[in-house]
Design a protein around this ligand. Structure first.
Ligand SMILES: C[S@@+](CC[C@H](N)C(=O)[O-])C[C@H]1O[C@@H](n2cnc3c(N)ncnc32)[C@H](O)[C@@H]1O
Length: 280
């Protein structure tokens, strides 16, 4: 038996419309995926012994610390391998080879990539697979290093285990599935040689980022979906500082860069791939 719901969908929507702007987040980003957050808020009401969301609102008005809890409840953690395959196809065919060639000409042996908001590793590991199966052959002297960050400890623990349900891999080419994963108890576990290229690090992107410079940054389905425009601009500035001139920034396929972003020019605009281009 499921306990009776104490919060209807429209109560949750009204609550989110009130609370999100106070955390520099935006309601339109949550509209389609609110179920995950609403379920967690419902669970939180039960934990606190509250009978409705109005009581939770009063609780937030009284206790500053509860905003930090709510912030964690608002982390949308949906991801999968090879998400938006057209983006990864262009990345493997054009972007990675060009970036690797440029880095090699500049005397580097590594292409340094940042994957911000990496969930359970699906996106950084896709990058590693793409390098091995598509791009590495074009720059045999080069290798890739991926630093992947997320603020959610549970996601990072899953990323370290690197074992996934079949549904997470359904968009990956068959050959990659067969050659890069071992099937263990019905799950697909990424082989160590593909895991070795990626390092995970727990960071809140609003507060810190790994040391650069990077030649490629993926920041998809986080900042430009869930945060308000002032916070988007602030984070984009920091990302831009971490990216080499000529480097690539990739945002989510349904996302937009804030207006008047002059440092980035479209590389493949339909795929939301941009090149940092500062004229000196
Ligand atoms: C919707 S998932 C996107 C995953 C992946 N980038 C993709 O596009 O498939 C967003 C991820 O960002 C993480 N996240 C949320 N807020 C964050 C923050 N302030 N700093 C770093 N990561 C955050 C969540 O834990 C979640 O794993």
């Amino acid at each position: 038996m499921y306990p009776e719901k104490i919060m209807k969908d429209n109560d949750c929507v009204a609550f989110l419309k009130w609370a999100l702007p106070q955390m520099n987040m935006r309601w339109p980003g949550f509209r389609k995926v609110r179920r995950q957050t609403c379920k967690r808020i419902e669970r939180r009401l039960r934990e606190l012994g509250l009978s409705d969301v109005a009581e939770y609102r009063s609780c937030l008005e009284e206790k500053q610390d509860e905003w930090e809890v709510l912030d964690t409840l608002c982390r949308i953690t949906i991801s999968r391998f090879y998400r938006d395959r057209g983006v990864f196809q262009a990345l493997g065919r054009d972007v990675l080879p060009e970036l690797a060639q440029k880095a090699e000409q500049e005397g580097s042996r590594f292409l340094r990539c940042l994957c911000a908001g990496c969930a359970s590793g699906e996106e950084p590991y896709t990058l590693a697979l793409l390098w091995k199966f598509v791009a590495a052959g074009k720059s045999p002297e080069m290798d890739i290093r991926v630093i992947a960050t997320d603020s959610d400890r549970t996601m990072l623990e899953r990323a370290a285990r690197a074992c996934y349900q079949p549904s997470s891999l359904k968009e990956l080419p068959d050959r990659w599935q067969k050659e890069a994963f071992d099937k263990v108890d019905g799950r697909f576990c990424l082989r160590p040689e593909f895991r070795a290229m990626t390092e995970f690090c727990r960071q809140d992107i609003r507060q810190s980022m790994p040391d650069g410079p990077f030649q490629l940054i993926l920041c998809r389905n986080l900042v430009f979906t869930y945060y308000d425009s002032a916070l988007q601009k602030r984070i984009l500035e920091r990302l831009s500082e971490k990216l080499d001139n000529g480097g690539a920034l990739i945002i989510g396929i349904h996302e937009e860069l804030p207006e008047q972003t002059e440092a980035f020019v479209p590389w493949r605009s339909n795929l939301k791939i941009y090149r940092k281009q500062i004229r000196r």
